[in-house]
Design a binder for this molecule. Structure first.
Ligand SMILES: Cc1cc2nc3c(=O)[nH]c(=O)nc-3n(C[C@H](O)[C@H](O)[C@H](O)COP(=O)(O)OP(=O)(O)OC[C@H]3O[C@@H](n4cnc5c(N)ncnc54)[C@H](O)[C@@H]3O)c2cc1C
Ligand SMILES: [Zn+2]
Length: 244
């Protein structure tokens, strides 16, 4: 049973860092002042987009993000409709042949360093422990034993079903929400703002916040002026006014 830490990272961040120039150029087309692009981009963006409210111009730039999260979180992500998605397929990937399945513990504040280093826990009748190369236990696994047992049984059942002739798309039905899943998400800047306003709040799932709060910080570093007003850990009701 392999347990991994979730993440979200911007693909091609250097392209996102150039966002404002394209947005300004596109916005200036309306007044045919493209020749003034890049003279004072940030002031222009503040005047036209933030203060005047012409948010449609930020839709000219999109960013793609690679997430590794559990299947419960991918299910929440794909509820955002103005986006494009490609997700690892549990129909096509055979987790007995292509790669072993990996799982994500649902409580971000609790981490077993041995599991996250790739050392799988074993239960030889005396609880879940980590063993050294001489098969000597050296540390208890700090994850909840019921959770470890449930994941272990699901993985075992999946492998047995494949051995009995089931296809991956049939055997996947025994996998739990904890199964990790890679998903590439592409959205324009306006949709990303909405996504962060909804998914970095106190009401969002802990694992969602675990990946979206650092991701928001990355967006804020790359394009500060368009994301600086979004504070993580806000109440969702406080974010409604910032939706555009
Ligand atoms: C904390 C939290 C708890 C949640 N709990 C539940 C739950 O219990 N059950 C559940 O089913 N969902 C739940 N959701 C999902 C939620 O209801 C939305 O489906 C999800 O957040 C996508 O957001 P959205 O619909 O605002 O916009 P997106 O799909 O991201 O679209 C962005 C914006 O585009 C506009 N838009 C998009 N599509 C349309 C359309 N068809 N018509 C008009 N305007 C449109 C809207 O202005 C929308 O806000 C939850 C979400 C959060 C953040
Ligand atoms: Zn462990």
């Amino acid at each position: 049973m392999k347990i991994v830490r979730p993440y979200a990272k911007v693909m091609e961040p250097e392209a996102l860092a150039q966002a404002l120039v394209r947005i300004e150029y596109a916005a200036r087309v309306s007044h045919r002042s493209e020749d003034e692009t890049a003279l004072n981009t940030e002031r222009f963006i503040r005047a036209v987009v933030l203060n005047h409210g012409d948010w449609s111009v930020v839709e000219h730039v999109s960013a793609s993000v690679e997430f590794l999260v559990d299947r419960g979180i991918t299910h929440e992500i794909v509820r955002h409709r103005i986006a494009s998605y490609t997700q690892e397929s549990t129909r096509f990937v055979n987790y007995a042949k292509k790669m072993p399945p990996t799982f994500i513990y649902p409580k971000p504040d609790e981490e077993c360093c041995w599991c996250l280093k790739g050392l799988e826990p074993e239960n030889n009748g005396d609880g879940w422990r980590h063993y050294d190369e001489n098969d000597k236990p050296f540390s208890d696994c700090s994850y909840e034993p019921y959770w470890l047992t449930a994941i272990d049984e699901a993985e075992h059942a999946y492998r047995e079903l494949l051995s009995n002739g089931w296809s991956p798309q049939e055997a996947r039905s025994v996998f739990p929400n904890a199964l990790s899943s890679k998903i590439v998400v592409s959205m324009n800047i306006r949709s990303w703002r909405h996504f962060f306003l909804m998914r970095t709040t106190k009401e969002a799932h802990p694992q969602m916040r675990q990946v979206t709060i650092p991701l928001l910080a990355e967006f804020q570093k790359l394009v500060p002026v368009l994301f600086e007003d979004i504070a993580p850990e806000a109440r969702q009701v406080a974010n409604i006014a910032k939706g555009r």
